[in-house]
Design a protein around this ligand. Structure first.
Ligand code: FAD
Ligand code: FES
Ligand code: FES
Length: 1239
């Protein structure tokens, strides 16, 4: 048998033996292609996207993007994999996609960026020589998540590759467009111009096509691509064009051969004939067939299922068949979802329309089925045979009357109706030795209509809550039209996909009218019965979805029939639809989303000064090329071990047994460490030490570390962690704020209050004109930084420790390490190059991971004193420990934004003017304090939002519960406080019967007024921002238009909201408002800066470099910032509180001031000489060319003082939305407007 071969970036790889259960991602990363990132490991984020090319039997090349995290290594045998490193790099030349993304500011933290690049490269390859449309580009990115950049710049970057209306690019059109020039370029013109392809009469300097890539609007406002449009949208300037690797000639010539690759844990077979596949399935009944591995891979990784035999089912001809006959379409079971979608689209274009109603339903359902990389890999057989109760396609096959053909060695072929195939939860009518060979989808008859439905939490790439398919065949009978045949199937309402027989019977033979609708709606309640505690919850919602799908199905059929049969008139009222005889009534209008557009305006800073210019992220080029390094990309020393945490599975329980014996004896395990192994303090916490690093007697949250395993490989560490036996005795948990209030579970010493005026006296005075009481609640929010938490700890001589950590606060990690290991701070160095996003989640919660990894690192570098020594302990070696959380562990162990509840009593005048508010804010801190008091304090100080309240008392309570410790999150309590106030304003407006925007305006702070915490508002921009966004959004006209639309539409409604905010800048703990920076000047005129702030995508390093370049009067290219390290700048505050650019910029400026003072005599002597010569002269004169700068924010008092904030930022936001109200799908339209004044 030939050796298994694949090519990666043009290089031949003989695939190693025994890796049937390894993913392509892990192989790529082990092989050094670390540009391919592990974001989620379950096909959900796209960070691992690669391009896979293969030769078809007819010699054509097939290119597609896939998720490497779900692709088994052996599945790419005989194929060419291209990673982000393979398409270009900064040294040899970048790919146009990479360069465009970098220049369009499309990469912030950069962790998602390689995935976006590869999705786009794959699309261009797959479509070549044609160009994709803007809509195709946007849909192609449905499988890629970006948490920090926002999609506007990414889409802007990629739209340069879009096919556009050729008529717009004739010389005349371009000339006319240029001549139009700025005339059409008012603020509104710019905002609206992109509706057409013709931009604002501007032409992109890069593509020569009309675009909106940026010019001033005369008010100093600049659109997205900025003043530096030559950079953002100009010609590509790569050193030399990158050359994408060609498809390897060896693979072109190679015929697909059978594979049989044995392995200790798992064997891989890849038959190339159906008979061999059937033989294998007979021999290995329990074997899993693998096409996309998008189900099997998830089962193996997240459900820990073991499959000793995997059979690749991708290379069997019969399973890849796609045949069309008079009656319908035959599809082989391994045909991918993408191929079905594309082939169906081709058929729809050539077949009579009435025959393809089912095909159109399938195409529409597939549009919202996962993302393209999943659809490119997964086969239809996998979706059917998994028998998921929420499969999006099984309802369609069942309602459409499709049939499935099964085959088994010795038992031959048999055919089953799709509606009879599903027997129970994930159980189908298929014997263990059988496989699904193909399905047959019949064409439709005339007047037969099929409509699909899916409701998910979000539209793109999400699994269904409920889905359905309705097929009604209409017949002319007795002078009218009746339902001749009805087939209705539902997913997500039972353990399996079900038909709705009573509903079908209620409709059959009946005309479609109000009576039939009523009868069907009653019957569907009988068909869709769910227990109140049915798995998946939301029972009432799911049942109402089933009814609304049915209703829409009937409406759809009536509308279709009306369009085809002139004599038929839909019985449904006019306001159910957008217009008579239109095929899309309002209630069933398909979801259409035109390509998104967004523009950003900001004031241009006059002149060419480097500060104030919109430079792109300093590391953007590295990020788009996949060479930017994150903690998990660091090459570990050869003897490095991997750590995995043994985590609590109970929210509140006594530990009655902890047995590590079996786990310690597992292969590769070097040690298992618990609280008793901690050399220093097991009690940890950023403010008070109220957490245990490893739980001792009791666990207080699911996910709490109980022990840590160190092993030679990550897999061994994880498997051993799972093998540790922990037995518990359950205690009653406190899970939410209501529980905590009932149990009085508060951390009172950290619960603060604020008051202005005299609330008690006011409510007692009788001056209140109107009073109401209320409650506002809000849940938490996952940080979802794309890079999961990671840390590496490397012990060195004399109890020194070096740690690489993905943290917003290296200083905290240093302190935790010193405390837990009982070593002084000067022996611990923590280094952080960059984070793949933080958003507050890596401010304090990452530290305990670092120290969990440190404990084994500490012990395994010298003989362990405790007995018995762990199995196969290596003595006297210095061992690095790496600990990287999987996405599911990360989400379970680390906290979220704090859920809050606000209770209030408000007094106000009959006009809606606020008189007094008495408010209690309850904050769910989780199981420990962490930094929740700071979050609560900020909520207390932001619960006025932008409104003046003469008497305001607000009391905060920190609720201690048995959920993960909640932590910093963008806004840090500010948004929670504002939400309570906005709720109050809404209710006051309702009570006084005035539009809410009038009540907001009436109460807005004026310049010089004083907040309830005593700070005077100087330079208050609340009204200015409000007015700006009011004008730019044309709010009054819109409000009127929305009212008219809503009056005319029964099943679609529009909403409009305008909201102002004010946010205080500074840490509210006074001592944190300090910063240091170290500036080294070298004799070649280059400058290395280190400061205490961490780069996590926000561009902090770029901004500080701009300050240094400005102050030293050198170019930005001469300044470099490599990393953040505790041995360069000590005692740094967390990078947080929206204050880092101010503080570190000022600290760096202080260092530059010192350097400039030292260099002044040389500038004087050497007037006109370049910086390089000046510093060389100073050096030769023995001048110190290194300076440490320091900054302490002046005058701030911290919480409790009269000036907790250095200044405030203000925002006004107007948002417009439209939603069909029969199904709860919110569509935020593209016309959101925001105005920001950021100090
Ligand atoms: C991120 C993500 C998003 C998803 N989104 C959706 C979604 O929106 N809607 C939805 O419905 N599903 C969704 N899924 C589920 C999944 O993608 C589909 O079920 C997919 O079609 C499975 O195909 P596969 O080839 O990857 O299956 P595999 O994992 O390769 O196989 C799945 C199962 O099918 C069996 N099998 C495969 N082929 C045959 C055959 N010919 N005969 C007998 N048994 C066979 C295998 O033995 C295995 O048990 C999603 C999955 C992921 C990971
Ligand atoms: S999709 Fe593969 S890591 Fe997220
Ligand atoms: S840049 Fe996309 S996740 Fe950070």
């Amino acid at each position: 048998m030939a050796e298994p071969v694949a090519y990666i970036n043009g290089k031949r790889h003989v695939l190693p033996a025994g890796r049937a259960d390894q993913t392509l991602l892990s192989y790529l990363r082990d092989s050094g292609f670390t540009g391919c990132k592990l974001g989620c490991g379950e096909g959900g984020c796209g960070a691992c996207t690669v391009l896979v090319s293969s030769a078809e039997a007819d010699g054509r090349l097939h290119h597609r993007s896939i998720n490497a995290c779900l692709c088994p290594l052996y599945a790419i045998e005989g194929m060419h994999v291209v990673t982000v490193e393979g398409v270009g790099n900064t040294r040899d030349g970048m790919h146009p996609v990479q360069e465009r993304l970098s220049k369009a500011h499309g990469s912030q933290c950069g962790f998602c960026t390689p995935g976006f690049v590869m999705s786009m490269v794959a699309l261009l390859r797959a479509k070549a020589p044609e160009a994709p449309t803007e809509e195709e580009i946007e849909e192609n990115l449905a499988g890629n998540l970006c948490r920090c950049t926002g999609y506007r710049p990414i889409l802007d970057a990629f739209k340069a590759f879009a096919k556009v209306d050729a008529a717009a690019y004739t010389e005349e059109a371009i000339a006319a467009s240029k001549a139009n020039g700025h005339a059409a370029n008012g603020a509104n013109g710019a905002a609206n111009g992109k509706n057409g392809k013709n931009g604002n009469g501007r032409v992109c300097p890069s593509t020569g096509q009309p675009c909106d890539c940026g010019e001033s609007d005369g008010n100093g406002a600049i659109v997205s691509a900025s003043k530096h449009k030559e950079e953002a949208c100009g010609p590509l300037t790569h050193i030399r064009p990158a050359v994408e690797p060609i498809f390897p000639p060896e693979l072109r010539k190679r015929a697909a051969a059978e594979l049989a690759l044995p392995g200790e844990r798992c064997a891989w077979y890849r038959p190339v004939t159906l008979s061999r596949l059937l033989e294998l399935k007979k021999q290995y009944n329990d074997a899993k067939l693998v096409v996309g591995n998008t189900e099997v891979g998830i089962e193996m990784k997240f459900k820990s299922l073991k499959y000793p035999v995997l059979i690749g089912a991708t290379h069997v001809e019969e399973l890849n068949a796609f045949e069309v006959d008079e009656g319908g379409v035959t599809i082989g079971a391994s045909v991918t979802l993408t191929r079905i979608m594309e082939s169906f689209k081709e058929l729809i274009a050539v077949q009579p329309a009435y025959k393809t109603s089912t095909l159109r339903a399938v195409v529409e359902q597939l549009r919202w089925f996962a993302g393209p990389p999943i659809r490119n890999a997964s086969g239809i057989g996998g979706n059917i045979c998994t028998a998921s109760p929420i499969s999006d396609l099984n309802p369609v096959w069942m309602a459409a009357g499709a049939t499935f053909t099964l085959a088994g060695a010795g038992t031959g072929e048999r055919t089953v109706l799709a509606k009879d195939f599903f027997l129970a939860y994930r159980k189908v009518d298929m014997a263990p030795h059988e496989i699904l060979v193909k399905l047959y989808v019949p064409f439709n008859r005339q007047y037969e209509y099929v409509k699909e439905f899916k409701q998910a939490h979000r539209r793109d790439d999400d699994i269904a809550i409920v889905n359905a398919c309705v097929r009604l065949a209409m017949e002319a009978r007795g002078g009218g039209w009746v339902v001749g045949e009805a087939a209705i199937a539902y997913g997500g309402v039972a353990p399996l996909t079900i038909m709705a027989p009573k509903t079908m019977a209620a409709l059959t033979g009946k005309p479609i009218d109000g009576a039939a609708l009523e009868a069907a709606l009653a019957a569907v309640q009988e068909d869709v019965k769910m227990a109140p505690n049915a798995p998946g919850g939301m029972v009432e919602f799911r049942r109402s979805l089933a009814a609304s799908f049915l209703f829409k199905g009937l409406l759809f059929v009536a509308q279709q029939l009306e369009a085809e049969v002139p004599a038929f008139t839909s019985p449904f009222p006019e306001n159910y639809r957008s217009g008579k005889r239109r095929p899309c009534p309002a209630a069933v209008k398909p979801y259409e989303r035109p390509a998104s557009h967004g523009l950003q305006y900001y004031s241009a800073v006059p002149g060419e000064d480097v500060v104030g210019q919109p430079y792109r992220h300093q590391a953007a080029d590295e990020q788009v090329c996949g060479t930017a390094q994150y903690v998990d990309d660091i090459k570990l020393p050869a003897d490095a071990l991997f750590a995995a945490i043994v985590a609590s599975t109970k929210p509140h329980a006594k530990i009655v047994k902890l047995d590590t014996t079996a786990a310690a004896a597992m292969p590769g395990v070097h040690g298992i460490f618990t609280a008793k192994d901690v050399p220093g303090g097991n009690d940890i916490g950023p403010v008070i030490e109220d957490e245990e690093l490893f739980a001792t007697d009791k666990v207080v949250v699911v996910g709490q570390p109980i022990a840590v395993v160190a092993a030679e490989t990550e897999r061994q560490a994880r498997e051993a962690a799972k093998a540790v036996v922990v037995e518990y005795e359950d205690l009653t948990p406190v899970m939410d704020i209501e529980d905590a209030i009932a149990a009085k579970s508060f951390l009172m010493p950290f619960s603060h209050s604020l008051a202005s005026g005299d609330v008690e006296a006011f409510f007692g005075s009788g001056e209140a004109e109107m009073v109401l009481e209320g409650e506002a609640k809000m849940g938490g929010q996952e940080h979802f930084y794309l890079e999961p938490m990671a840390s590496i700890v490397i012990p060195a001589e004399n109890d020194e420790f070096l740690s690489f950590s993905s943290t917003q606060c290296p200083d905290a990690h240093q302190k935790y390490l010193a405390h837990v290991l009982d070593v002084p701070l000067h022996k611990v160095v923590v280094r952080t190059k960059r984070l793949g996003g933080g958003f507050g989640g890596k401010e304090s919660r990452s530290a305990f991971l670092n120290v969990a990894a440190a404990v084994p690192a500490y012990h395994l570098r010298k003989p362990v004193r405790q007995a018995p020594p762990p199995a196969r302990l290596r003595r006297n070696v210095r061992t690095s420990l790496a600990l990287v959380l999987d996405r599911d562990e990360d989400m379970q162990i680390t906290g979220t934004r704090h859920p809050f509840m606000g209770r209030y009593k408000v007094a106000f005048t009959k006009e809606g003017k606020l008189q007094a508010i008495d408010m209690q804010l309850y904050c769910n801190a989780g199981y420990s304090l962490d930094i929740s008091h700071g979050v609560l304090d900020r909520a207390l100080m932001h619960c006025d939002n932008v409104y003046r309240v003469p008497h305001l008392r607000t009391q905060g309570y920190l609720c201690i519960t048995n959920i993960a410790s909640n932590t910093a999150f963008r806004g840090y309590g500010g948004p929670q406080g504002m939400v309570v106030m906005e709720d109050i304003i809404d209710r006051v407006a309702c009570a006084v019967g005035r539009p809410v925007e009038e009540v907001k305006k009436l109460n807005m702070y004026k310049e010089g007024e004083v907040t309830h915490f005593g700070q005077k508002l100087v330079g208050c921009q609340a009204e200015a921002c409000w007015q700006e966004v009011w004008d730019s959004s044309e709010y009054s006209a819109r409000r009127e238009a929305v009212a008219q639309y809503n009056a005319a539409h029964r099943f679609r409604k529009r909403g409009l909201a305008i909201t102002p905010t004010k946010f205080g800048i500074s840490f509210t703990t006074k001592f944190l408002n300090q910063a240091g920076a170290l500036v080294h000047v070298y004799t070649d005129g280059t400058v290395l800066v280190t400061h205490g702030g961490v780069e996590m995508g926000q561009g902090l390093h770029t901004k500080v470099a701009q300050v240094v370049a400005h102050d030293l009067k050198i170019s930005l290219q001469q300044v470099y910032i490599a990393e953040t390290a505790t041995d360069k700048v000590p005692n740094a505050s967390p990078t947080a509180a929206s204050a880092s650019s101010d503080m570190y910029g000022a600290a760096a400026a202080d260092a530059c001031r010192q350097l400039n003072e030292r260099l002044a005599p040389y500038y004087e002597k050497m007037a006109g000489k370049p910086f390089k010569e000046v510093v060389l002269a100073a050096y030769l004169d023995r001048v110190d060319l290194c300076a440490h700068g320091f900054y302490a924010t002046p005058d701030v008092t911290g919480f409790g003082g009269a000036m907790p904030f250095n200044y405030f930022t203000y925002v006004g936001l107007c948002s417009f939305s439209e939603t069909p109200i029969v199904i709860n799908r919110l569509q935020v339209a593209c016309n959101s407007h925001a105005a920001c004044r950021v100090g």
